[in-house]
Ligand binder design. Structure first.
Ligand code: FMN
Ligand code: 7N5
Length: 389
């Protein structure tokens, strides 16, 4: 019998009947509520929080919920294949774990535990520049499983070059350059708790182990933590950059480059003109511009502008397998998921992250089949209608 991702549901039922280990909730909104009860208010608030009044984070959900699937019947969906081609590699499913920094605030297993979960479930892991574990250690935890590197583009060219070199050596295939965070947004929840992990030296591991970063310090981060954190904050990213600066990354990264945080179709055109290979349509999970367009509302226009010049990925608000389906129908090749896996990690380490991936992919497989598709590639605009606002 063909193994399908959907079979996870029977594993859960059978475990339940034999009274085996209690599982985390399969509804990822309920998982978030459990995380809120179990994790500390600082760490939970940092992950759950968003910019300003939170309206963009809410709009992300509303824009996905407003789209409704129109299932088709009698289309032979017995044999399904969830795999998709993304920039020259075959992913087992249209899902990757988004770059999420500072994961040690969720669980001591931190990034290596999440990366192991991604590897075990066959989905790419995107290593964050703001990781709490040096990228080499994260990569080592993954064997030769697929990983991409997310760059926060440093003010210091030597640090950027060093990161690119290290990421390449750590086996990262795709460079994901995040454009929407040249400054940290106004985040009331963190402000009210006075909780910012970086100021405590969390999320600085890639920098504090970087020869080019250390070269700019008089004393080691151990001997003078404050100076190291200040250098981190001053270099972290750079609001002065413009489109022509991308030539520097293009010259110094041999593989595909994907720009994360694109919401305007003209920015997609500029990305293609700059020789980029893809974009992630994303508003950073509503964490940067409060009042920004919902990511799912931006997606069709960006996908149209991208045409066949760019591979279009999507994140911000994905919480269900049906959301994955909707994102594909709106023009994405694959999606990234952020907060849910951070909660899975916080609640149960590596198995918690695997649980989140399995829930999303089981429900995606079922949604695909029950909507009349045997593979992601046939999903399109004709599968959705939009609820009147
Ligand atoms: C706690 C946290 C840390 C994040 N850190 C990064 C990061 O280091 N680099 C980055 O490009 N995006 C970062 N993001 C944004 C995610 O990559 C992604 O865009 C967002 O979480 C997607 O929305 P979702 O959480 O609704 O799935 C972070 C998000 C969260 C929640
Ligand atoms: C300066 C922000 C870095 C981490 C991040 O991307 C986030 O918290 O959303």
């Amino acid at each position: 019998m063909t193994q399908h991702r959907a079979d996870f549901q029977y594993e859960i039922y059978l475990d339940g009947m034999t009274g085996a280990v209690p599982r985390l909730p399969t509804d990822l909104t309920a998982l978030e509520e459990m995380a809120e009860r179990r994790l500390g208010p600082g760490p939970f608030g940092y992950v759950a929080g968003s910019a300003g009044d939170g309206s963009t984070a809410r709009a992300n959900r509303a824009a996905l919920e407003r789209r409704r699937i129109v299932p088709r019947m009698l289309r032979d969906v017995a044999e399904r294949d969830l795999s998709v081609e993304v920039l020259g590699r075959t992913l087992s499913a249209p899902l990757a774990l988004a770059p999420v920094g500072v994961l040690s605030i969720m669980h001591p297993g931190a990034e290596p535990a999440a990366a192991r979960a991604a590897a075990a479930q066959g989905v790419p892991f995107v290593l964050s520049s703001a990781s709490s574990t040096p990228m080499e250690q994260v990569a080592e935890a993954m064997g030769d499983a697929e990983r991409w590197f997310q760059l926060y583009w440093s003010k210091d060219r030597e640090v950027t070059l060093s990161f690119l070199k290290r990421a390449r050596a750590a086996g990262c295939s795709i460079l994901v350059v995040t454009l929407d965070t040249p400054l940290l947004a106004w985040r009331p929840r963190d402000l009210d708790q006075a909780y910012l992990p970086f100021l405590r030296g969390v999320g600085t591991a890639n920098h504090f182990t970087d020869p080019a970063f250390l070269a700019g310090l008089e004393k080691s981060p151990q001997d003078d933590p404050n100076a190291a954190v200040l250098r981190f904050v001053s270099l972290f990213s750079d609001p002065g950059k413009t489109w022509p600066d991308l030539a520097f990354l293009r010259e110094n990264w041999a593989g595909p480059i994907v720009l994360k945080g694109v919401l305007h179709p003209d920015d997609a055109r500029l990305a293609a003109d700059a020789g980029m290979d893809g974009v992630v349509v994303s508003n950073h999970g509503g964490r940067q511009v409060a009042g920004a367009v919902a990511a799912a509302d931006a997606l069709p226009r960006v996908a149209a502008a991208a045409g066949d010049r760019l591979t279009v990925l999507f994140d911000s608000g994905v919480r269900t397998g049906a959301d994955v389906f909707k994102a594909l129908a709106l023009g994405a090749r694959a999606v990234l998921v952020g907060r849910p896996y951070a909660y899975g990690l916080g609640l149960d380490g590596q198995p918690g992250v695997e649980h989140v991936i399995r829930c999303l992919l089981a429900e995606f497989d079922l949604t695909l089949a029950l909507s009349g598709h045997a593979r992601p590639g046939t999903v399109g605009a004709g599968d959705l209608v939009e609820d009147p606002v």
